[in-house]
Design a binder for this molecule. Structure first.
Ligand code: C2E
Ligand code: MG
Ligand code: MG
Ligand code: MG
Length: 294
């Protein structure tokens, strides 16, 4: 009986594998040409400069409006696009679209004239020598200065990378574009890589922000030391995934200059993002503690 049950499990397992394998094949075929078919969208999540009480940037976040399937989040297709190489075309579209949308936002309001756009780059895109031209062309076509763009590269993608990729990052940075380490602290970071890396911004992974409460000494100590390290290295620090006022207040008191998360604003289509950007940072002008009573 045990054997039969085991066989059943194996059969179920094989069926699942078959389903997910054919699903992946289907997905990789469909992803080819997704740019051409106009099915991609960018949503934008504002990032605050908490001290200045202004919006500092918007992060472009990719979505796939897949026919019959609704809006597909990046975790459901970016990894496959990275495997098949489709991410190179997709990433080029993301760069061009994000720059064009930012140029329009900047023109729409004088208050947004210095806004930046932060674009996620897959390390796979840095394996392609055309990346530096792609970045320069996206800026040029939108009429933006290089300082308007930040590219985010996840830590896990960076740690194992070798000379060539680091040279490409340096070349992108050489254009005047800022480079951010995304999801900082989420990997098995041998911190030494930060020294070799030509970067400007540290994005503290959500996993350090989520447990932050005034009465959790360990969580506070960890976040505080990451913020202090970013500061000591001369990097701008952005805290990701800020969901509560307590987290925002703690991070601000630690000297973390930039906050991003649902508390401040959710990712939104560019049209819906514009009024949020125009109306300013929701926490601006609030003294620590003052909001709890409100
Ligand atoms: P990421 O770059 O770390 O982006 C932040 C993610 O956290 C986004 O998820 C965002 O919607 C989510 N988020 C923001 N605030 C909060 C919060 O307060 N709480 C929680 N729980 N989540 C929050 P999203 O849009 O699903 O993107 C997931 C990941 O997909 C991104 O992580 C990034 O690594 C990747 N991605 C997104 N767009 C692109 C792209 O254009 N190209 C590439 N290569 N990767 C992308
Ligand atoms: Mg990011
Ligand atoms: Mg991140
Ligand atoms: Mg992330």
């Amino acid at each position: 009986a045990a054997k039969r049950a085991g066989k059943g499990r194996v059969a179920r397992f094989e069926a699942t594998m078959r389903d997910s394998a054919s699903e992946r094949l289907d997905l990789s075929a469909t992803l080819t040409g997704v740019v051409h078919r106009g099915e991609l969208e960018l949503h934008y999540q504002p990032i605050a400069d908490a001290a200045a009480g202004r919006w500092y940037a918007v992060e472009a976040l990719l979505r796939w409006r897949r026919p019959g399937r609704g809006l597909v989040p990046p975790c459901a297709f970016v990894p496959v696009a990275e495997e098949t190489g489709a991410i190179v075309d997709i990433g080029r579209w993301v760069l061009a679209t994000a720059c064009r949308d930012l140029a329009r936002l900047r023109r729409a309001s004088p208050a947004l004239a210095d806004l930046r756009v932060s674009v996620n780059l897959s390390v796979r895109q840095l394996h392609d020598p055309r990346i530096v031209d792609d970045v320069a062309r996206a800026l040029g076509a939108a009429g933006l200065p290089a300082a308007a763009l930040v590219v985010e590269i996840t830590e896990s993608g960076l740690v194992e990378e070798t000379g060539l990729v680091l040279e490409r990052i340096a070349a992108v940075r050489g254009l005047g574009v800022a480079v951010a380490v995304d999801d900082f602290g989420s990997g098995y970071s041998a911190l030494g890589y930060l020294r070799r890396l030509p970067v400007d911004v540290l994005k503290v992974d959500r996993s350090f922000v989520a447990p932050l409460r005034a009465d959790d000494e360990a969580a506070v100590a960890l976040a505080r030391s990451i913020v202090a390290m970013g500061d000591a290295l001369g990097l701008r620090t952005v805290a990701e995934g800020v969901e509560t006022l307590e987290q925002a207040e703690l991070l601000t008191s630690m000297g973390c200059p930039h906050l991003q998360g649902y508390l401040l604003a959710r990712p939104l289509p560019v049209r819906e993002c514009e009024p949020v950007l125009r109306s300013g940072v929701p926490l601006a002008g609030r003294r620590p503690g003052a909001v709890r009573d409100a």
